[in-house]
Ligand binder design. Structure first.
Ligand SMILES: [Zn+2]
Length: 146
């Protein structure tokens, strides 16, 4: 049985909506939706994708991106109007924190699969570590800001 036959067999006794247009695919004879003409495939998914701690880690470094990004915008505004007493050094510190948290987020986005395969204690440590990393970059900014 090939993939198209497996899809047809699956839909022969089920009423499943097309994920794109919601057309009822019951009795479908090909691997294309007759309504929107997009290709369809039968897939295996995890019932529980174990992404809670990955999301917690991603939110942790995203918080750092938001913190540094908002303050970087404030420093940029200050540099333009020269009224808030912030300058290039502050912008460099914030830019560094923004980039470090951004790189951490990119690594997390790329490593979602390996993250999910880790044991729960390792995933918990990575989530806590992401928040600690984000908090550390913010604390370092306040320690070195003029
Ligand atoms: Zn469709």
């Amino acid at each position: 049985m090939n993939d198209a036959e497996a899809l047809a067999a699956f839909l022969s006794d089920r009423h499943v909506a097309c994920p794109n247009c919601r057309y009822d695919l019951h009795g479908l004879g090909s691997a294309r939706c007759p309504e929107c003409n997009l290709s369809l495939a039968l897939r295996v998914n995890l019932v529980e994708p174990r992404l809670g701690l990955w999301l917690a880690a991603a939110v942790g470094v995203s918080t750092g991106i938001g913190f540094h990004g908002i303050l970087l915008g404030l420093v940029g505004y200050s540099l333009i109007v020269n009224g808030l007493g912030l300058g290039i050094r502050d912008a460099s510190l914030l830019g560094g924190g923004f980039v470090m948290n951004g790189v951490a987020l990119l690594v997390l986005l790329r490593a979602r699969g390996p993250f999910r395969r880790c044991a729960r204690p390792a995933r918990l440590a990575l989530a806590v570590g992401s928040w600690a990393f984000s908090l550390t970059t913010a604390v370092l900014f306040f320690a070195f800001v003029d």
